[in-house]
Design a protein around this ligand. Structure first.
Ligand code: NAD
Length: 491
């Protein structure tokens, strides 16, 4: 019998009274991993009340004490590193190496948040007028909610959880209902080993109903969302209309530009890792390669070879370089978009549709796909595919390439491949995206840099991670003080 997942509320495992549960299957093997409740709104409401009750003591716990829990959390994640990576692969389909990489990134955020006693330090000016001082202090915002997507089941909650609690807030996460197993296990470990006061961190499974209660609940003051653009826009508007601060990271359609002077040994390898790593289900995956001038022929041939050679299979098997996409619905959607691209005039240099992997015949596989001569005005160029599909477009010069980048709807990442410092500098300066790669295919910032996109890839002001997270999870208070000498007894 597979595990029926419970919510974690006020330091206890609380079975949900949900009327509906979703089956969670391993997308490669089809094995049933668990049943996730679509929790009713009352369960989120109750959780928010506990989170509010936990605040009084938690915000008064010194920051230096709060981060002791993070040191422990880091140790717990490291002690269960392989186990957690294996669960990620089992529920999400990526390779074990990719799952290890994901957990490294999660732990990195815990490490950075350990610096919060220093990072949330305030400011002080003596004598802004004679005998008057001004002090700026940072205080927690209150109860914080987080809603996360399916593609990084272990990492994305860590863009917010460690920062929120180290800043003195209480925190509720709603995992993706497609991949709830990893966070469920992490919360079991938190429950067993961390000894946090009840209500400081809580987990509620579910989907829209639970999210809507989060967005409307008066006790919840801040929302961190990561997911697709339509939902990010919705979460941002509804949360903001209710007076909450919201950071909402959305979808992407990342272009990489290949100039004729690029290193053609290195560039196609990096581009292939970007486009086909995690089966293209990364918000920083290359989705369109724009070749400039003579790069068209050299790059096209090399990337097609890379795609054709990539070994697709079950992420826990040795030698596998690319795993599954998330489910059969996703296979159908991706294959439909490839079909549409072909109708719009593209030609398939490598066609990954109808992939059959021996031993995993029921798995959700799409093999790497490379489409050439894709219509730059067509739907394939506009739509986030979120699968292992690289579209090729050709332009005549770097200005046209930058124009291509800047006319896109999204602005999560843009990359340039070149050996020219001048071209790199021009691109860095002019490209409209939150993350820029120069001879890098996945320009993912370390946890001590802020992370977010531009345009329709992000709604909000303060980004995830690092000092932006500290600003997001604290509110400033300015105190102006006068203490005249006459009021003092003489000592
Ligand atoms: P999604 O938007 O479908 O779901 C994200 C979360 O929102 C889930 O927890 C889900 O339960 C909830 N949700 C879904 N529909 C909702 C609705 N109508 N109302 C309220 N809540 C709702 O995204 P996904 O398919 O899980 O993840 C893939 C998407 O996430 C891609 O678009 C990808 O680019 C994006 N993503 C972005 C970043 C980033 O940093 N910008 C990082 C990772 C993933």
């Amino acid at each position: 019998m597979s595990e029926k997942l419970s919510n974690y509320i006020n330091g206890q495992w609380a079975p949900s009274a949900a009327a509906n549960f979703l089956d969670i299957h391993n997308p490669a093997t089809g094995e049933l991993l668990g049943l996730v409740p679509l929790s009713p709104g009352e369960e989120m409401d109750r959780t928010a009340q506990y989170a509010e009750a936990a605040l009084a003591d938690w915000r008064n716990t010194p920051a230096g004490e709060r981060i002791q829990y993070l040191f422990k959390l880091k140790r717990i994640l490291e002690d269960h590193f392989d186990e957690l990576a294996t669960i990620i692969t089992q529920e999400c389909g990526k390779t074990l190496g990719e799952s290890h990489g994901e957990m490294v990134r999660a732990i990195e955020n815990v490490e950075v948040a350990c610096g919060i006693p220093k990072l949330m330090q305030g400011d002080f000016s003596e004598d802004i007028a004679t005998g008057i001082d001004e002090i700026m202090i940072r205080q927690p915002v209150g109860v914080c909610g987080s809603i996360v997507p399916f593609n990084f089941p272990g990492m994305i909650a860590f863009w917010s959880l460690p920062y929120a609690i180290a800043c003195g807030n209480s925190y509720i996460v709603k995992p993706s209902e497609k991949v709830p197993m990893t966070l469920q296990r992490i919360f079991q470990l938190i429950d067993e080993h961390l000894d946090l006061p009840p209500g400081v961190v809580q987990l509620v499974h579910g989907s829209k109903e639970a999210v809507d209660v989060m967005l409307d609940h008066p006790a919840i003051r801040a929302i961190s969302f990561v997911g697709s653009t339509p939902v990010a826009r919705y979460v941002y508007s509804r949360g903001a209309a209710n007076g909450k601060r919201v950071q909402a990271q959305g979808g992407a359609k990342n272009p990489i530009i290949v100039l004729p002077d690029a290193d053609m040994e290195m560039t196609p390898k990096i581009a292939a890792d970007s486009a086909f790593g995690c089966a293209g289900q990364r918000c920083l995956a290359a989705s369109v390669a724009v070749t400039v001038g003579d790069a068209r022929h050299t790059f096209t041939e090399a990337i097609a070879d890379m795609a054709a050679q990539r070994v697709t299979g079950y992420g826990l098997d040795d030698g596998v370089q690319m795993g599954t996409v998330i489910n059969h619905a996703s296979v159908n959607r991706i294959e439909g978009l490839i079909e549409e691209g072909l109708h719009e005039g593209a030609s398939a240099l490598v066609d990954g549709r109808r992939a059959r992997i021996s031993g995993y015949e029921g798995g959700s596989f799409v093999k790497p796909t490379v489409l050439a001569d894709v219509n730059p005005a067509g739907n394939l160029i506009k739509t986030e595919i979120f699968g292992p599909v690289l579209s090729l477009v050709h332009v005549n010069n770097i200005d046209e390439a930058i124009d291509f980048v800047n006319t896109g709807q999204y602005g999560n990442m843009a990359c340039l491949f070149t050996t020219s410092g001048y071209a790199a500098r021009k691109f860095r300066h002019e490209a409209q995206a939150g993350n820029i790669g120069i001879n890098i295919g996945v320009a993912a910032p370390m946890a001590y840099f802020p992370f977010s996109g531009w345009k329709d890839s992000f709604f909000g002001t303060l980004h995830g991670q690092s000092d932006h997270a500290v600003e997001f999870f604290t509110q400033t208070k300015v105190v102006v003080e006068r203490w005249p000498k006459e009021w003092s007894r003489q000592f």
